[in-house]
Design a protein around this ligand. Sequence first.
Ligand code: CA
Length: 230
Amino acid sequence: MIRILIVEDEEHMRLGLRDNLEFEDYEVDTAGDGEEALQKLNHNNYQLILLDVMLPKISGFDVCKKIRKQGINTPVIFLTAKSQEIDKVIGLETGGDDYVTKPFSLRELLARIKAILRREKIRSDPNRSGKSVEIGKLKVDFESYTASIGKEEVSLSVKEFQILEFLWNRKRATVKRSAILDHVWGDEYQPSSRTIDNFIVKLRQKIEEDPNHPRILITVHGMGYKLVMH
Ligand code: CA
C-alpha cells in the first residue's frame, strides 16, 4: 500500500484530505506542524509527502530542506496559499517536486499525486528502457524522468520535465506561452505567464553553457519560446 504523509495545521483541511486519500486507497498518516512532521519522517517511510508551507514551529520549506539534507528523497508536493507566488518558486528550489495552490480541487491534487508516484515507479524500475536526448549540456530521459549533466544526476521538477518534453516534441518551432500553459497546467488551473518565465530561467541554467545568453532555449518576443537544436 502507498503511504502518504499529510502535513497541515488546519484540522479541517488535514482531516478532509485524509478521508479523501483513504477513500482512494492510500494509507495516510498526518502531522499538524513542522516538528511533528520531522519526527514522523525520521521514524517512518512514506512514498509521498503533502506539505503545507505555512506551518507552526517549522515551516514547510524548512521541513523539506531538512529532510533533503538527511538524504530523505521522498517526493514532496507543497500546499501553498495564493499570495505566495514567489514562495512557490523558492519551494521548488528547497527540494520540492510540485505544488498546488489553495484552494485546489481534489481532482487536481489526485492527478498530481498520481503523476509523481508514476514517475517514481518508473525511476525505480531497473528494467526501464532509457531513451535519452541531449539538449545543450543536459541529457534527458523523458521515459524515466531522469536528467544528467556529464556524470552528475540533475533533479528536475515534474513541471520542468513536462515543459522541456513539450518543447522537445516541437523543436525548431515557436511555441506559444498559452500552449505551454494548456499542456502543462491544463485548464483547471492557470498560473501567470511569469511563472512559465521562471521555469524557463531554471531550465536554461541546466541546458545553456551561458544561461544569460541562451542559444538553445530562445525567447521569441511577444510569442513564446523555441528550442533551437544546433
Ligand atoms: Ca497552514
